[in-house]
Design a protein around this ligand. Structure first.
Ligand code: PLP
Ligand code: TYF
Length: 398
């Protein structure tokens, strides 16, 4: 049966970690995968999360199945975090949230829903985008096309190009938008630019699919949700949000995400939710409990929520400090042209390094970055900033 099965290449980003782990050099640095590490190089366990976890362990509750669409306290808290608790859309019953297997599961379930309900099986993703966007939507039968996004000359968004491309899409096309902390470039839209994008989406009758994997990692919980909030206030009455707590709660392996669908009426919202439940039944039947119980426990307590917000704020501030420190050290090592790193948002920076320069970083310095030049700033530490800056300056000169 398997004699003719071909070996396919592994995920290039996750493969980097394997290569990094096998590297014996003590000075090695992994700037490949998108994970936030603390100053000691560990994935943090947030205090607020630990507190809920200890309480849950002490309670030792029975392990029944969750409802198909997930833990109700979790999905309610998620809706409120995305839209703001006072959003009229929530009061109107137009927002349906389903707990998913990470943000990835939200993308997949949302893709399956739209594949059935939209006339055009075409999705436009930013150029470049997270490679899994192409994989997920391609896997359910979408044609995946690009819209202009990144401008290598400015290291920011080519906004005129983006608007022109959006305007040229067929009505009914799905448009995937990164809410904040764009992966892989770190180049985000301003709130004013979001308003313009939303106008074009409405004018051209395009269907917005927002991916928010980094809420709270750039400016703050509410500020980073601007895309969702502005969309909710606009005339656009239907859209989808895939969200994730992997980064904001440092719960990568617990696979906590959510698919949220905004419908035009409460009645349509119930119908949409029934369709999503059918998709979930045919996939994994129901989601897992632990990670969702942790998030719901934190968000459901005013005290723990405040502690989480403070911890998230510390991660955010630390990333800003690492960006500033990297730029400063690069300038000291004779490479002032990297000042743009400070203007980019979130975990990632498209550094502008070529594939050959990335290879030199790995071979000569044991510094691992993605072949496209993407580096994960959140994986740096004050301890290795100088080493990394010196290496990057060296390869960019030669
Ligand atoms: N969307 C984007 C843009 C991401 O960078 C990630 C990264 O992990 C995800 C979705 C998926 O999140 P999760 O790990 O929760 O599946
Ligand atoms: O882009 C990243 O590094 C994160 C983590 O197949 C990731 O989003 C990368 C690749 C992948 C799954 C997660």
């Amino acid at each position: 049966f398997f004699a003719n099965v071909e070996l396919v290449p592994g995920d290039p980003i996750l493969g980097l970690t394997e290569a990094y782990n096998a590297d014996a050099r003590a000075t090695k640095v992994n700037l490949g995968v998108g994970i936030y590490y603390d100053e000691a190089g560990r994935i943090p366990v947030l205090d607020a999360v630990r507190e809920v976890e200890q309480r849950l362990a002490a309670e030792a509750k029975p392990r029944g199945y969750l409802p198909i669409d997930g833990l109700p306290d979790y999905t309610r808290a998620t809706r409120e975090l995305l839209f703001g608790a006072e959003s009229p859309l929530l009061a109107a019953g137009r927002v349906a949230t389903t707990q998913t297997i990470g943000g990835s599961g939200a993308l997949r379930t949302g893709a399956e829903l739209l594949r059935k309900t939209l006339p055009h099986a075409t999705i436009a993703i930013s150029n470049p985008s997270w490679e899994n966007h192409r994989a997920v939507f391609g896997a359910v039968g979408f044609d995946v096309v690009d819209y202009t996004y990144f401008d290598p000359a400015t290291h920011g968004v080519d906004f005129a190009g983006m608007l022109a491309d959006l305007r040229s899409l067929e009505p009914g096309t799905v448009v995937l938008l990164h809410a904040c902390c764009h992966n892989p470039t770190g180049a985000d839209l301003t709130d004013a630019q979001w308003r313009q994008v939303i106008e074009v989406l409405a004018e051209r009758d395009l269907f917005p699919f927002i991916d928010m994997a980094y809420q709270g990692f750039d400016r703050g919980i509410d500020e980073d949700a601007a895309a969702v909030r502005l969309m909710a206030e606009s005339g656009i009455s239907e859209f989808v949000v895939a969200s994730s707590y992997s980064k904001s709660f440092s719960l990568y392996g617990e696979r906590v995400g959510a698919l949220t669908v905004v419908s035009a009426t409460a009645e349509q919202s119930r119908a949409v939710q029934s369709q999503i439940k059918r998709l979930v039944r045919a996939n994994h039947s129901s989601p897992s409990n632990h990670g969702a119980a942790l998030v719901a426990g934190v968000l459901g307590s005013a005290e723990l929520r405040a502690r989480w917000e403070a911890e998230l704020g510390q991660m955010r501030e630390r990333i800003h400090a690492l960006r500033a420190g990297l730029v400063e050290q690069l300038a000291e090592h004779g490479a002032p042209e990297f000042a743009f790193i400070q203007d980019q948002a979130g975990m990632f920076s498209y550094s502008g390094l070529s594939r050959a320069q990335v290879e030199r970083l790995r071979d000569e310095f044991g510094i691992y970055a993605v072949g496209t030049g993407r580096i994960c700033v959140a994986a740096l530490s004050l301890g290795n900033l100088g080493y990394v800056a010196k290496a990057v300056a060296a390869v960019s000169r030669g």
